[in-house]
Design a protein. Structure first.
Length: 136
């Protein structure tokens, strides 16, 4: 696939999964052997874990809005910088809802093979995000 097609797959996945709460995109665009390189426990399929993360995030932050700030593709790799905003209205990471408006930023890399996302790497300011939500 072309780099432009890989970028389009990335954009479609993130828009539908994170902004539209459309979980069907997980089965549609994540490969069966999807590998989330943040996960060290191989006991549960990473695709299912990623889907659960979306569900849990949306329960805690139902107005979650993710914006892609820049997008670069080279070969089968797509890289994005992004930011997200949300209101903490549900329990997150054991933290009771604070009602606070949260801002988060990060970078994500994915590998796209034959129209499916096969690999995922992410770095974000989640610790700051967690502290803003009320973590200790």
């Amino acid at each position: 696939m072309s780099e432009a097609e890989n970028k389009a797959i990335f954009l479609q996945f993130y828009e539908r999964a994170w902004n539209q709460d459309d979980l069907s995109v997980v089965e549609e665009l994540l490969s069966l052997d999807f590998n989330n390189h943040e996960v060290t426990n191989p006991a549960m399929p990473h695709r299912e874990l990623y889907k659960q993360a979306i569900i849990e995030n949306r329960a805690a932050f139902p107005d979650w809005s993710l914006t892609i700030d820049s997008l670069i593709a080279e070969g089968d790799l797509v890289a994005a910088s992004w930011h997200a905003e949300a209101t903490h209205t549900g329990e997150a990471w054991g933290i009771a809802p604070s009602g606070k408006r949260i801002n988060m930023a990060g970078m994500t890399f994915v590998r796209v093979v034959n129209g499916k996302i096969t690999d995922f790497w992410k770095q974000d300011n989640g610790y700051v995000f967690w502290q803003e939500a009320g973590g200790k």
